[in-house]
Design a protein around this ligand. Structure first.
Ligand code: KDG
Ligand code: MG
Length: 402
């Protein structure tokens, strides 16, 4: 069975998505997600101009060989654009292989090791009261794990906190929105807020918090130490991700579990973090880390070092990515948790899917392949709408992480 056609679709049903569709000479189709928030067209061009022409005529069954061909054959390795493009091809080929075999992808990956996937939702509020309302809403929906983010008093806006409770979309403008940042204010206001949430929900709900790479190692160490009594499930992205050694400093000072990696795009971005057991959860995603083929190698390395998965699953990862993540999660023994930021009804309509939410968990369904379709009419109905993630400036005007 050979790849006969490769099409790239860019559309914006609620937000921008780049979708790859591969069709074989036997008429089977497979989908991959190539969305890179705020840089969508770069991946679309990488695929259409440089990858799709190379795929035509290749054997669709040879997933690993195609991965190596695109990764090594490019000469220029890694990077988010390259790895998102390779991921889309890889996931589409797994989808095709599942359909050809009449099996869900998780069966091709060794079979399910659990019946469902624990997920966490995003509660946020400008202040403690609004945050507690949002947490209660997630509890009412059955979530057992909730990420909690609050506004910082004295700052007009904070990345990660929005008025829209259910469908938070940070890429909100054709030129990046500018947020203001104060580490001092954040460090002063955050611990009491998280303590109040723990007090309100009791001991049995998993609470998570995302720092969005904003602290220095020693500031992150102090925050982790201060939050130990809150018993977070994890403290995410406490420091910028580029320097893996930074996590050693944080680790030396606190037993608060650490998660990092949503911006990583290969095993080499976190090899030291895993090997030295500097983190507890790795946040890499199928769509930004070279697809199922690469991510399962990364998870296998993590398993050796007692690091568990906690895959990124924000709304900028399309339902195709989410389905791929669920198939891998359910077949991975060192799975930890899956992020699940709900898509809007428009997005769900553009990508009809088998997976479903039940009692704080997601279930991938047992359709052959990934169990996701794409409505190509979305391209005309919902054209691309340039949107960028916000930027963050310190109060003295200098740029800061998000
Ligand atoms: O595109 C950026 C978002 O995916 C990111 O801000 C979400 O930090 C995030 C998270 O943990 O979901
Ligand atoms: Mg994050």
């Amino acid at each position: 069975m050979r790849i006969a056609d490769a099409q790239v679709f860019v559309c914006s049903p609620g937000r921008n998505f780049v979708t790859l569709k591969l069709t074989t000479d036997e008429g089977l189709t497979g989908l991959g997600d190539a969305t890179l928030n705020g840089r969508e067209l770069a991946v679309a061009s990488y695929l259409s101009d440089h990858v799709c022409p190379l795929l035509i005529g290749r054997e669709a069954e040879r997933i690993e060989d195609t991965w190596q061909y695109l990764y090594k054959g490019a000469y220029w390795r890694r990077g988010p654009v390259t790895m998102a493009a390779i991921a889309a091809v890889d996931v589409a080929l797994w989808d095709i292989k599942g359909k050809a075999a009449g099996m869900p992808v998780y069966d091709l990956l060794g079979g399910a090791v659990r019946d469902r996937v624990l997920v966490y939702g995003h509660a946020n509020g400008r202040d403690v009261r609004a945050l507690l309302d949002a947490v209660a809403m997630y509890r009412d929906q059955g979530y057992e794990a909730i990420r909690v983010q609050a506004g910082v008093p004295g700052l007009a806006s904070t990345y990660g906190v929005s008025a829209d409770r259910m469908f938070y979309e940070p890429a909100d403008a054709a030129r990046p929105t500018e947020n203001e940042w104060s580490t001092e204010r954040y460090l002063a206001s955050t611990p009491p807020v998280l303590e109040a949430v723990r007090e309100a929900v009791g001991p049995d709900v998993h609470l998570l918090h995302d720092v969005h790479h904003r602290l220095t190692p020693i500031e992150a160490a102090a925050l982790g130490k201060r939050l130990e009594e809150v018993r977070l499930f994890w403290l995410e992205d406490p420091v910028p991700a580029e320097l893996q050694d930074s996590l050693r400093i944080v680790r030396q000072h606190t037993v608060t579990p650490l998660a990092i990696g949503e911006v990583f795009n290969s095993i080499w971005d976190c090899e030291q973090l895993i090997r030295e057991q500097l983190i507890d959860y790795i946040r890499t995603s199928v769509s930004h880390t070279g697809g199922i083929s690469h991510l399962r190698k990364l998870y296998a390395l993590a398993e050796v070092y007692n690091v568990r998965s906690g895959a990124h699953g924000a709304t900028d990862l399309s339902p195709v990515s989410l389905a791929a993540a669920l198939h891998l999660d359910i077949a991975t023994s060192n799975f930890g948790i899956q992020e699940y930021m709900r898509h809007t009804a428009e997005t769900d309509a553009a990508f009809p899917h088998e997976y479903r939410f039940e009692d704080g968990h997601l279930i991938p369904g047992s359709a052959p392949g990934l169990g996701v379709e794409f409505d190509e009419g979305s391209v005309e109905r919902h054209p691309y709408n340039p949107a960028y993630l916000p930027v963050n400036r310190r109060r003295d005007g200098t740029m800061h992480s998000w």
